[in-house]
Write a protein that binds this ligand. Structure first.
Ligand code: PHE
Length: 338
């Protein structure tokens, strides 16, 4: 049969076919692997070389034309199905479903996970600790004795009459818990919620997030601390930033520092760095011998560093959030932005 006749026959049968199954059969018969068009193509080697090209082109355009007819017929079956699905009572199953609203991870969860990954890549273990903590872990073992003035700076929520149970005021108690269960050398980070009895304002909340870091090993020095902090900064801000140490006082570190980093947002002073070109990153220091001892580690043999990264502050820096209270408000308009 010549191509014109074949096309004509295909057109008639496609137009007359009753359903999709019949249409499939026609498709197979004309353009399937063993169909008419395939047979035409199979003849090519037997032809005179001069005729081959034209023959092949005819076969291919016939195939295209038949496939188009099949495609159009297929559409008419589909719209037919839709029409019969639209019921008389007005229920229309073809109307697209309303898009479900998707939630997202809280910005604190996002940074926590990023930092966990970063520290895990440096060989750290990620630890958890209780939010309701014994006075012993939150204060005593950290070299903050009962009469120590540092207790005033960490206004505490007490959970019992005797004052032996507190809401932890920082993640540092995890340092002691980590030492009790490990032999040095080790590296740990401990992210989590901490609580302070404070009058809340744009920069203070009663509940906020920290990430404690602690490394104990042979001859750990301030150089290790600085190197680690530079890696941390590279992880957070995706570039190298200079750092500087200022003296800082915490009873559980000696020497203790406040570590500043060059402002990642400007060169000559902006509102984030309060025109100083430096931002306060975190307090840190070498672990006080009394603290190592309280954790059962011999300070003559081992040394270490610790740092306390303020995760809430970091998130505020990263997203230019001007009020820490947004982080815990649960206001959907705020959360939707992340
Ligand atoms: N725990 C301290 C605080 O919350 C921070 C800190 C941690 C300082 C580790 C030094 C070393 O204020």
């Amino acid at each position: 049969m010549n191509p014109e006749d074949t096309l004509q026959e295909a057109r008639e049968r496609i137009g007359a076919c009753a359903d999709e199954v019949a249409l499939k059969d026609i498709e197979r018969e004309f353009v399937g692997k063993k169909g008419l068009v395939a047979a035409m193509l199979a003849e090519i080697p037997k032809l005179e070389p001069a005729d081959r090209k034209a023959h092949g082109q005819k076969a291919n355009s016939l195939k295209q034309a038949i496939l188009e007819l099949i495609g159009e017929r297929q559409k008419t079956f589909e719209t037919g199905k839709l029409d019969s699905a639209r019921r008389a009572d007005g229920f229309d199953p073809t109307v697209p479903a309303p898009q479900a609203r998707r939630g997202s991870l809280h910005p604190i969860t996002q940074v926590t996970r990023e930092l966990e990954d970063l520290f895990i890549s440096m060989g750290y273990e990620v630890l958890d600790g209780p939010e309701v903590e014994l006075d012993h872990y939150n204060f005593e073992a950290l070299n903050i004795t009962k009469d120590h003035p540092a207790r005033d700076s960490q206004d505490t929520f007490y959970c019992d009459e005797e004052g032996s149970l507190v809401l932890r005021t920082h993640t540092s108690p995890v340092q002691i818990r980590a030492m009790e269960k490990r032999e040095p050398p080790f590296r740990v980070v401990a992210p989590g919620r901490v609580f302070r009895q404070e009058t809340t304002d744009a920069s203070h909340d009663h509940t906020f997030y920290q990430m404690e870091g602690m490394v104990v090993g042979k001859d750990i020095s301030v150089a290790h601390l600085i190197g680690t902090m530079k890696t941390l900064l590279r992880g957070i801000f995706e570039r190298d930033l200079d750092v500087r140490l200022r003296p800082g006082h915490f009873p559980f570190v000696e020497p203790g520092f406040e570590l500043d980093a060059r402002c990642p947002f400007c060169q000559s002073g902006c509102s984030v760095c309060k025109r100083t070109t430096w931002i306060e990153l975190l307090p840190c220091g070498l672990i006080h011998p009394n603290v190592l001892r309280a954790g059962g580690i011999d300070p003559e043999q081992w040394s270490g560093f610790a740092f306390g990264l303020g995760l809430s502050r970091l998130v505020m820096l990263r997203h230019a959030i001007d009020d820490v209270r947004h982080l815990l408000d649960g206001d959907i308009r705020f959360l939707e932005q992340f």
